[in-house]
Design a protein around this ligand. Structure first.
Ligand SMILES: Cc1cc2nc3c(=O)[nH]c(=O)nc-3n(C[C@H](O)[C@H](O)[C@H](O)COP(=O)(O)OP(=O)(O)OC[C@H]3O[C@@H](n4cnc5c(N)ncnc54)[C@H](O)[C@@H]3O)c2cc1C
Ligand SMILES: NC(=O)c1ccc[n+]([C@@H]2O[C@H](COP(=O)([O-])OP(=O)(O)OC[C@H]3O[C@@H](n4cnc5c(N)ncnc54)[C@H](O)[C@@H]3O)[C@@H](O)[C@H]2O)c1
Length: 466
């Protein structure tokens, strides 16, 4: 006998934020096959940044000699660090699940959901039908088919944060967000890190100059192999035999532009993520996916099947938590107000990489503007040319803004340096509210001598500011 619901949400990450007091009386099912709370809480944004912060502190101490200070190398209590992080994260996940299970309107199903027909699902032995369904099933790491990889105990971002010990050495495959953030974390905490990336620069999705600068800076302190590939990877005896075997040793043969052999205690595969849409027979539900596997949605987050919505990584090529949150708010509104639906706004989505240095951006890159034939002018400022940048003895970091030469409106912004993830916000604001670059610079005060003066200076470097 199927169990009938008014609403079924597949995925307890951003999907779980939809149900609030306005859904009282609506019989709701929440289905998840993994840890309650999804990627961001359990294996994504939150625990990574809880590692990034101590890594930032360690790096600041390592670099302090240019300020006339010196510290001993940090002694890292890895089990303490890890248990502090997951002590908090795991408790939030368990409390969240407990709270949902105590809600008389909500039934939580633990298991893999699969569609068996339109608005009809199977979870384990149970069949669920629902008037409306939200697919919020996220994404998962891609593991490339590399010779020998399946024979070694490799890690992905799902597992590497729970290692039993801080490894002495780590081989990271990939050069995107995950690789950049974990390369910073593990190297700052004391591991010897080698990064092997298929393409010629790290953070290839970012503005060319930013990506080149980031690649150069990381290459100064880590072994970075670009335009390279793993030819073979094999297990070797761990350097320290007392160490547990979850962190087995590997020997990797690397081909391409930086060939050689690298030994490491731990391998981290960080070569991208794919949406989970292939995991639950979407065709049976009449839900289309595109060529890259993303669930097809319109601007109201409706899929091609009646009454079925989707949000987050499963349908959005920008796999970012603030995008999933935005889409969850749109779906929430549209479930509550089916005759007055609203649309998602993906025009100015910022992105930030929490590495060392930080990188942040919004809007078009200079190359994208050129490729699209969009006229643009560029303004730049170095951190080192501001008072705060002097205080930091900064010589390497900058802010770059692009604007339309006619309207003076911002087209994009690209930052590399301390607090880039925060400094990008006034530029997102200027773009979102249609404020011309010069008005943004001159129409408000910027506190002196704050780091934000580097943003003001970049805006004033545009031709309208001179
Ligand atoms: C290491 C890492 C760091 C990150 N850092 C950041 C960051 O700093 N900033 C940022 O903006 N983004 C970051 N992200 C991306 C961010 O975590 C995701 O974009 C976001 O969590 C996606 O949310 P979601 O709700 O779409 O999916 P999820 O939170 O992944 O939720 C999907 C849920 O669906 C469940 N599920 C999947 N298939 C099924 C099925 N068939 N049946 C039942 N349940 C199913 C899964 O178990 C999961 O719990 C990071 C990602 C990673 C991996
Ligand atoms: N701060 C954040 O917002 C944040 C942090 C982590 C993850 N995320 C999200 O998670 C997504 C996935 O991150 P990711 O870093 O895994 O993917 P990514 O798509 O950002 O980068 C993948 C990288 O792997 C390289 N690569 C692919 N195959 C390879 C191979 N066989 N050998 C060597 N290199 C190879 C690619 O050249 C690329 O540099 C991101 O796109 C982002 O949406 C966001």
């Amino acid at each position: 006998m199927p169990r009938a619901f008014d609403l079924c949400i597949i995925g307890s990450g951003s999907g779980n934020t939809i149900v609030d007091e306005r859904f009282r009386g609506m019989r709701t099912a929440i289905v998840d096959s993994g840890r309650f709370g999804g990627t961001c809480l359990n294996v994504g944004c939150i625990p990574t940044k809880m590692y990034v912060y101590p890594a930032d502190v360690a790096r600041a101490a390592q670099r302090a000699d240019r300020l006339g200070l010196s510290f001993d190398p940090p002694r890292v209590d890895w089990p303490g660090l890890r248990d502090r992080i997951f002590g908090r994260v795991d408790a939030i996940s368990s409390d969240g699940e407990r709270g949902r299970r105590a809600d008389p309107d909500v039934t939580v199903f633990t298991g893999e959901a699969r569609f068996t027909g339109p608005r009809r699902l199977r979870v384990g032995e149970e069949t669920i039908t629902a008037e409306r369904i939200v697919i919020a099933a996220g994404s998962r790491p891609v593991v490339p088919d590399l010779p020998g990889l399946s024979d070694v105990a490799f890690h992905t971002s799902d597992t590497v944060m729970r290692l039993d010990r801080l490894p002495a050495s780590m081989l990271i495959l990939g050069g995107g967000y995950v690789a950049a953030e974990f390369a910073h974390v593990f190297s700052a905490l004391g591991a010897e890190v080698t990064v092997v990336n298929r393409s010629a620069r790290l953070l290839g999705h970012t503005d060319l100059e930013v990506s080149q600068r980031f690649t150069a800076l990381l290459g100064e302190r880590l072994d970075v192999r670009l335009s390279s590939r793993i030819e073979r990877i094999q297990r070797i005896e761990p350097v320290d035999r007392d160490r547990d075997t979850a962190t087995c040793g590997v020997l990797a043969s690397i081909g391409g532009e930086s060939p050689g052999r690298v030994e490491a205690e731990v391998v981290l595969v960080a070569t991208g993520r794919v949406p989970n849409g292939d995991r639950f027979d979407l065709a049976a539900a009449g839900v289309d996916v595109d060529d890259d596997g993303f669930v097809v949605v319109d601007r109201q987050q409706r899929t091609t099947a009646d009454g079925v919505f989707a949000l987050g990584d499963v349908c959005s090529a920008r796999m970012l938590k603030h995008v999933a949150n935005h889409e969850a708010r749109v779906v929430q509104h549209n479930l509550l107000h089916p005759t007055a639906m609203i649309e998602s706004d993906h025009r100015y989505v910022p992105q930030a990489v929490f590495s060392d240095p930080q990188v942040a951006s919004v809007g078009l890159t200079e190359q994208q503007a050129r490729d699209r034939g969009t006229a643009c002018v560029v303004g730049r400022a170095d951190y080192g040319d501001t008072a705060y940048g002097w205080a930091m003895e900064d010589e390497r970091h900058f802010v770059k803004v692009l604007a339309d030469p006619d309207s003076g409106l911002l087209l994009g912004a690209h930052l590399i340096g301390p607090q880039a993830s925060n400094l990008v916000q006034p530029l997102v604001q200027g773009m979102s509210f249609g404020i011309a670059a010069l008005d943004l610079a001159r129409g408000q005060y910027w506190p002196h001598p704050a780091m934000s003066e580097v943003v003001e200076n970049a805006l004033l470097d545009l031709p309208f500011g001179r």
